[in-house]
Ligand binder design. Structure first.
Ligand SMILES: C[S@@+](CC[C@H](N)C(=O)[O-])C[C@H]1O[C@@H](n2cnc3c(N)ncnc32)[C@H](O)[C@@H]1O
Length: 317
Protein backbone atom coordinates (compact mmCIF):
# COMPACT_ATOMS: atom_id res chain seq x y z
CA UNK A 1 0.00 0.00 0.00
CA UNK A 2 1.28 3.46 -0.90
CA UNK A 3 1.93 5.11 2.50
CA UNK A 4 1.10 8.72 1.60
CA UNK A 5 -1.49 8.81 -1.20
CA UNK A 6 -3.09 12.19 -1.79
CA UNK A 7 -6.24 13.38 -3.52
CA UNK A 8 -7.45 16.98 -3.49
CA UNK A 9 -11.27 16.96 -3.09
CA UNK A 10 -12.97 18.69 -6.03
CA UNK A 11 -15.51 21.53 -5.46
CA UNK A 12 -15.25 20.93 -1.71
CA UNK A 13 -16.88 24.15 -0.50
CA UNK A 14 -19.61 23.96 -3.15
CA UNK A 15 -20.48 20.38 -2.11
CA UNK A 16 -20.61 21.27 1.60
CA UNK A 17 -22.67 24.41 0.97
CA UNK A 18 -25.26 22.62 -1.16
CA UNK A 19 -25.60 19.78 1.38
CA UNK A 20 -25.62 22.15 4.39
CA UNK A 21 -29.41 22.67 4.78
CA UNK A 22 -29.83 18.89 4.96
CA UNK A 23 -26.76 18.11 7.08
CA UNK A 24 -27.39 20.88 9.63
CA UNK A 25 -30.48 18.98 10.81
CA UNK A 26 -29.82 17.29 14.14
CA UNK A 27 -28.21 13.85 13.96
CA UNK A 28 -28.23 13.92 10.17
CA UNK A 29 -26.93 10.92 8.24
CA UNK A 30 -24.47 11.48 5.38
CA UNK A 31 -23.49 8.84 2.84
CA UNK A 32 -20.34 9.29 0.80
CA UNK A 33 -20.86 6.75 -2.00
CA UNK A 34 -17.31 7.29 -3.30
CA UNK A 35 -15.31 7.62 -0.12
CA UNK A 36 -11.89 7.46 -1.80
CA UNK A 37 -9.32 8.90 0.58
CA UNK A 38 -12.10 10.53 2.61
CA UNK A 39 -11.38 14.17 1.72
CA UNK A 40 -15.03 15.22 1.33
CA UNK A 41 -16.11 13.08 4.28
CA UNK A 42 -13.51 14.55 6.63
CA UNK A 43 -14.70 18.05 5.75
CA UNK A 44 -18.34 17.03 6.35
CA UNK A 45 -17.51 15.53 9.76
CA UNK A 46 -15.65 18.70 10.78
CA UNK A 47 -18.26 21.20 9.58
CA UNK A 48 -21.40 19.35 10.78
CA UNK A 49 -20.65 18.13 14.34
CA UNK A 50 -23.72 15.91 14.82
CA UNK A 51 -23.51 14.12 11.46
CA UNK A 52 -22.87 10.39 11.23
CA UNK A 53 -21.03 9.55 7.99
CA UNK A 54 -21.19 6.26 6.12
CA UNK A 55 -18.40 5.88 3.58
CA UNK A 56 -18.84 3.45 0.70
CA UNK A 57 -16.05 2.36 -1.64
CA UNK A 58 -15.46 -0.69 -3.80
CA UNK A 59 -11.70 -0.33 -3.32
CA UNK A 60 -10.43 -1.94 -0.11
CA UNK A 61 -7.22 0.10 -0.18
CA UNK A 62 -9.15 3.37 -0.33
CA UNK A 63 -11.29 2.20 2.61
CA UNK A 64 -8.20 1.35 4.63
CA UNK A 65 -6.60 4.76 4.02
CA UNK A 66 -9.83 6.66 4.70
CA UNK A 67 -10.52 4.56 7.82
CA UNK A 68 -7.13 5.52 9.27
CA UNK A 69 -7.61 9.19 8.35
CA UNK A 70 -11.07 9.33 9.93
CA UNK A 71 -10.31 7.24 13.03
CA UNK A 72 -10.38 10.36 15.22
CA UNK A 73 -14.14 10.65 14.58
CA UNK A 74 -14.79 7.28 16.26
CA UNK A 75 -18.31 6.01 15.84
CA UNK A 76 -19.32 9.01 13.71
CA UNK A 77 -17.65 7.36 10.70
CA UNK A 78 -18.41 3.89 9.36
CA UNK A 79 -16.81 2.41 6.23
CA UNK A 80 -18.66 -0.11 4.06
CA UNK A 81 -17.01 -2.16 1.31
CA UNK A 82 -19.53 -2.30 -1.51
CA UNK A 83 -20.50 -0.54 -4.74
CA UNK A 84 -22.44 2.72 -4.64
CA UNK A 85 -25.61 1.21 -6.10
CA UNK A 86 -25.96 -0.57 -2.72
CA UNK A 87 -26.51 2.59 -0.64
CA UNK A 88 -29.70 1.19 0.99
CA UNK A 89 -27.64 -1.83 2.11
CA UNK A 90 -24.86 0.41 3.46
CA UNK A 91 -27.42 2.43 5.42
CA UNK A 92 -29.11 -0.70 6.81
CA UNK A 93 -25.71 -2.16 7.83
CA UNK A 94 -25.28 0.88 10.07
CA UNK A 95 -28.82 0.78 11.44
CA UNK A 96 -30.33 3.60 9.33
CA UNK A 97 -33.04 3.56 6.71
CA UNK A 98 -32.67 7.00 5.10
CA UNK A 99 -29.96 9.58 4.39
CA UNK A 100 -30.05 13.37 4.72
CA UNK A 101 -27.12 14.00 2.40
CA UNK A 102 -25.42 11.86 -0.23
CA UNK A 103 -22.35 12.63 -2.32
CA UNK A 104 -21.12 10.76 -5.40
CA UNK A 105 -17.69 11.91 -6.64
CA UNK A 106 -17.32 9.62 -9.64
CA UNK A 107 -14.38 8.01 -11.36
CA UNK A 108 -10.94 7.04 -10.20
CA UNK A 109 -9.07 8.67 -7.35
CA UNK A 110 -5.63 10.22 -7.76
CA UNK A 111 -4.35 7.39 -5.56
CA UNK A 112 -5.59 4.81 -8.08
CA UNK A 113 -4.07 6.74 -10.99
CA UNK A 114 -0.79 7.14 -9.15
CA UNK A 115 -0.48 3.44 -8.39
CA UNK A 116 1.37 2.31 -11.48
CA UNK A 117 0.67 -1.36 -10.81
CA UNK A 118 -3.11 -0.95 -11.23
CA UNK A 119 -2.88 -0.19 -14.95
CA UNK A 120 -5.23 2.84 -15.06
CA UNK A 121 -2.66 5.25 -16.47
CA UNK A 122 -1.51 5.04 -20.08
CA UNK A 123 1.59 7.03 -19.23
CA UNK A 124 3.02 4.27 -17.01
CA UNK A 125 3.82 0.73 -18.09
CA UNK A 126 1.99 -1.77 -15.85
CA UNK A 127 -0.12 -4.94 -15.96
CA UNK A 128 -3.49 -4.12 -17.57
CA UNK A 129 -5.69 -4.66 -14.52
CA UNK A 130 -7.94 -1.54 -14.06
CA UNK A 131 -10.27 -3.19 -11.51
CA UNK A 132 -11.27 -0.77 -8.77
CA UNK A 133 -12.26 -3.77 -6.67
CA UNK A 134 -9.24 -5.99 -7.03
CA UNK A 135 -10.90 -8.87 -5.25
CA UNK A 136 -13.19 -9.84 -8.13
CA UNK A 137 -14.07 -9.50 -11.81
CA UNK A 138 -12.39 -9.40 -15.23
CA UNK A 139 -9.33 -7.26 -15.93
CA UNK A 140 -8.61 -5.04 -18.94
CA UNK A 141 -6.16 -7.71 -20.15
CA UNK A 142 -8.98 -10.30 -20.04
CA UNK A 143 -11.14 -8.04 -22.21
CA UNK A 144 -8.36 -7.49 -24.74
CA UNK A 145 -7.76 -11.24 -24.90
CA UNK A 146 -11.37 -12.40 -25.25
CA UNK A 147 -13.69 -9.74 -26.72
CA UNK A 148 -14.67 -10.03 -30.38
CA UNK A 149 -13.76 -7.27 -32.84
CA UNK A 150 -17.41 -6.19 -32.77
CA UNK A 151 -17.46 -5.89 -28.95
CA UNK A 152 -14.16 -4.01 -28.82
CA UNK A 153 -15.50 -1.52 -31.38
CA UNK A 154 -18.71 -1.17 -29.35
CA UNK A 155 -16.95 -0.34 -26.08
CA UNK A 156 -14.36 1.99 -27.67
CA UNK A 157 -17.18 3.85 -29.43
CA UNK A 158 -19.71 3.90 -26.62
CA UNK A 159 -17.47 4.46 -23.60
CA UNK A 160 -14.55 6.23 -25.29
CA UNK A 161 -16.39 8.11 -28.07
CA UNK A 162 -13.40 6.96 -30.14
CA UNK A 163 -13.65 7.66 -33.87
CA UNK A 164 -10.85 5.21 -34.71
CA UNK A 165 -12.58 2.34 -32.84
CA UNK A 166 -12.63 -0.12 -35.81
CA UNK A 167 -9.00 0.58 -36.62
CA UNK A 168 -7.89 0.07 -33.01
CA UNK A 169 -9.99 -3.09 -32.61
CA UNK A 170 -8.42 -4.61 -35.73
CA UNK A 171 -4.92 -3.70 -34.53
CA UNK A 172 -5.62 -5.36 -31.16
CA UNK A 173 -6.87 -8.55 -32.83
CA UNK A 174 -3.76 -8.71 -35.02
CA UNK A 175 -1.43 -8.08 -32.06
CA UNK A 176 -3.08 -10.61 -29.75
CA UNK A 177 -2.78 -13.31 -32.41
CA UNK A 178 0.98 -13.02 -31.89
CA UNK A 179 1.13 -12.60 -28.10
CA UNK A 180 -1.29 -11.72 -25.27
CA UNK A 181 -1.58 -7.97 -24.57
CA UNK A 182 -0.88 -7.86 -20.86
CA UNK A 183 0.78 -4.52 -20.19
CA UNK A 184 -0.33 -0.93 -20.67
CA UNK A 185 2.95 -0.10 -22.43
CA UNK A 186 2.26 -2.74 -25.10
CA UNK A 187 -1.30 -1.48 -25.62
CA UNK A 188 -0.08 2.12 -26.00
CA UNK A 189 2.43 0.90 -28.62
CA UNK A 190 -0.30 -0.92 -30.60
CA UNK A 191 -2.59 2.13 -30.49
CA UNK A 192 0.21 4.50 -31.46
CA UNK A 193 1.14 2.32 -34.45
CA UNK A 194 -2.51 2.14 -35.56
CA UNK A 195 -3.02 5.93 -35.40
CA UNK A 196 -2.64 7.69 -38.78
CA UNK A 197 0.23 10.23 -38.81
CA UNK A 198 -2.18 13.08 -39.48
CA UNK A 199 -3.98 12.41 -36.17
CA UNK A 200 -0.97 11.81 -33.95
CA UNK A 201 -0.94 15.31 -32.57
CA UNK A 202 -4.61 15.48 -31.58
CA UNK A 203 -4.37 14.23 -27.98
CA UNK A 204 -2.90 10.97 -26.76
CA UNK A 205 -4.20 8.09 -28.88
CA UNK A 206 -4.59 5.86 -25.82
CA UNK A 207 -6.66 8.24 -23.69
CA UNK A 208 -10.14 7.30 -24.93
CA UNK A 209 -9.38 3.57 -25.24
CA UNK A 210 -8.09 3.45 -21.65
CA UNK A 211 -11.21 5.30 -20.48
CA UNK A 212 -13.42 2.82 -22.37
CA UNK A 213 -11.62 -0.20 -20.89
CA UNK A 214 -11.88 1.23 -17.37
CA UNK A 215 -15.62 1.83 -17.75
CA UNK A 216 -16.17 -1.69 -19.15
CA UNK A 217 -14.01 -3.43 -16.51
CA UNK A 218 -15.84 -1.69 -13.68
CA UNK A 219 -19.31 -1.63 -15.39
CA UNK A 220 -19.32 2.03 -14.42
CA UNK A 221 -22.29 3.36 -16.39
CA UNK A 222 -24.69 0.50 -15.55
CA UNK A 223 -23.82 0.74 -11.89
CA UNK A 224 -24.11 4.52 -12.00
CA UNK A 225 -27.69 4.42 -13.34
CA UNK A 226 -28.69 2.05 -10.52
CA UNK A 227 -26.72 4.16 -8.05
CA UNK A 228 -28.57 7.38 -8.83
CA UNK A 229 -31.90 5.56 -8.47
CA UNK A 230 -30.90 3.91 -5.18
CA UNK A 231 -29.43 7.16 -3.82
CA UNK A 232 -32.63 9.07 -4.65
CA UNK A 233 -34.76 6.33 -3.12
CA UNK A 234 -32.66 6.51 0.07
CA UNK A 235 -33.12 10.25 0.67
CA UNK A 236 -35.35 11.50 3.51
CA UNK A 237 -37.67 14.42 2.70
CA UNK A 238 -35.46 17.53 2.63
CA UNK A 239 -32.46 15.27 1.92
CA UNK A 240 -30.01 16.25 -0.82
CA UNK A 241 -27.85 14.39 -3.36
CA UNK A 242 -24.80 16.02 -4.99
CA UNK A 243 -22.98 14.38 -7.91
CA UNK A 244 -19.59 15.24 -9.40
CA UNK A 245 -18.94 13.60 -12.78
CA UNK A 246 -15.91 13.84 -15.01
CA UNK A 247 -16.99 12.86 -18.49
CA UNK A 248 -19.99 13.47 -20.66
CA UNK A 249 -21.28 9.88 -20.53
CA UNK A 250 -21.52 9.96 -16.74
CA UNK A 251 -23.03 13.42 -16.72
CA UNK A 252 -25.66 12.33 -19.25
CA UNK A 253 -26.77 9.48 -16.96
CA UNK A 254 -27.05 11.87 -14.00
CA UNK A 255 -28.90 14.52 -16.01
CA UNK A 256 -31.38 11.98 -17.42
CA UNK A 257 -32.19 10.42 -14.03
CA UNK A 258 -32.54 13.85 -12.39
CA UNK A 259 -34.86 15.05 -15.18
CA UNK A 260 -37.06 11.96 -14.83
CA UNK A 261 -37.42 12.38 -11.07
CA UNK A 262 -38.09 16.15 -11.09
CA UNK A 263 -40.96 15.89 -13.59
CA UNK A 264 -44.60 15.53 -12.63
CA UNK A 265 -45.90 12.01 -13.13
CA UNK A 266 -49.39 13.29 -14.09
CA UNK A 267 -50.49 12.71 -17.70
CA UNK A 268 -50.09 15.82 -19.88
CA UNK A 269 -53.31 17.88 -20.01
CA UNK A 270 -54.71 16.82 -16.64
CA UNK A 271 -56.40 20.03 -15.30
CA UNK A 272 -55.37 19.42 -11.65
CA UNK A 273 -52.21 17.57 -10.70
CA UNK A 274 -53.04 14.87 -8.10
CA UNK A 275 -50.79 15.16 -5.03
CA UNK A 276 -49.67 11.56 -5.51
CA UNK A 277 -48.32 12.45 -8.96
CA UNK A 278 -46.26 15.50 -7.98
CA UNK A 279 -42.53 15.30 -8.65
CA UNK A 280 -40.73 13.89 -5.61
CA UNK A 281 -37.59 15.97 -6.24
CA UNK A 282 -36.48 19.44 -7.29
CA UNK A 283 -33.22 20.50 -8.94
CA UNK A 284 -31.19 22.76 -6.65
CA UNK A 285 -29.92 24.68 -9.68
CA UNK A 286 -30.37 24.38 -13.41
CA UNK A 287 -27.73 22.75 -15.57
CA UNK A 288 -24.32 21.62 -14.39
CA UNK A 289 -21.84 23.79 -12.51
CA UNK A 290 -18.12 23.67 -13.23
CA UNK A 291 -14.95 24.55 -11.30
CA UNK A 292 -13.39 28.00 -11.20
CA UNK A 293 -10.20 28.78 -13.11
CA UNK A 294 -8.53 29.22 -9.72
CA UNK A 295 -9.43 25.66 -8.60
CA UNK A 296 -8.36 24.18 -11.94
CA UNK A 297 -5.07 26.03 -11.47
CA UNK A 298 -4.16 23.97 -8.38
CA UNK A 299 -6.14 20.78 -9.17
CA UNK A 300 -6.19 19.75 -12.83
CA UNK A 301 -8.73 17.01 -12.01
CA UNK A 302 -11.32 19.75 -11.54
CA UNK A 303 -11.03 20.81 -15.19
CA UNK A 304 -13.65 18.38 -16.44
CA UNK A 305 -16.00 18.30 -13.45
CA UNK A 306 -19.77 18.68 -13.87
CA UNK A 307 -21.68 19.25 -10.64
CA UNK A 308 -25.43 18.61 -10.24
CA UNK A 309 -27.60 18.54 -7.11
CA UNK A 310 -31.18 17.61 -6.25
CA UNK A 311 -33.46 17.65 -3.17
CA UNK A 312 -36.32 15.37 -2.13
CA UNK A 313 -39.44 17.50 -1.62
CA UNK A 314 -42.11 14.78 -1.31
CA UNK A 315 -42.07 11.42 0.46
CA UNK A 316 -41.95 8.45 -1.92
CA UNK A 317 -45.41 7.12 -2.80
C1 LIG B 1 -12.80 10.43 -7.16
S1 LIG B 1 -12.57 9.23 -5.93
C2 LIG B 1 -13.33 9.95 -4.51
C3 LIG B 1 -12.44 10.90 -3.80
C4 LIG B 1 -13.03 11.44 -2.51
N1 LIG B 1 -14.19 12.29 -2.76
C5 LIG B 1 -12.00 12.19 -1.72
O1 LIG B 1 -12.16 13.39 -1.52
O2 LIG B 1 -11.01 11.58 -1.27
C6 LIG B 1 -13.72 8.04 -6.42
C7 LIG B 1 -13.75 6.79 -5.55
O3 LIG B 1 -14.94 6.09 -5.92
C8 LIG B 1 -14.69 4.71 -5.91
N2 LIG B 1 -15.64 4.08 -6.79
C9 LIG B 1 -15.70 4.13 -8.14
N3 LIG B 1 -16.74 3.43 -8.60
C10 LIG B 1 -17.38 2.95 -7.49
C11 LIG B 1 -18.55 2.16 -7.30
N4 LIG B 1 -19.24 1.72 -8.34
N5 LIG B 1 -18.94 1.89 -6.04
C12 LIG B 1 -18.21 2.34 -4.98
N6 LIG B 1 -17.08 3.06 -5.10
C13 LIG B 1 -16.68 3.38 -6.34
C14 LIG B 1 -13.25 4.58 -6.38
O4 LIG B 1 -12.71 3.36 -5.90
C15 LIG B 1 -12.60 5.83 -5.78
O5 LIG B 1 -11.98 5.53 -4.54
Amino acid sequence: MNSTPTHIPVLLTECLDILAPALERSNAVYVDGTLGLGGHTEAVLRRFPTVTAIGVDRDTEALAHAGARLAEFGDRFRGVHTTYDKIPFALAESGFHAADGILLDLGVSSMQLDQADRGFAYAQDAPLDMRMNQTTGVTAADILATYSEHDLIRIFRTYGEEKLAPRYARAILAARAEAPIERSGRLVEILNDATPYALRNSGHPAKRVFQALRIEVNEELDILRDAIVSALDSLAVGGRLAVLSYHSLEDRVVKTEFAARTSSRAPVGLPVEPASMKAEFRLLFNGARTASAEEIGYNSRAASVKFRAIERVEASQ
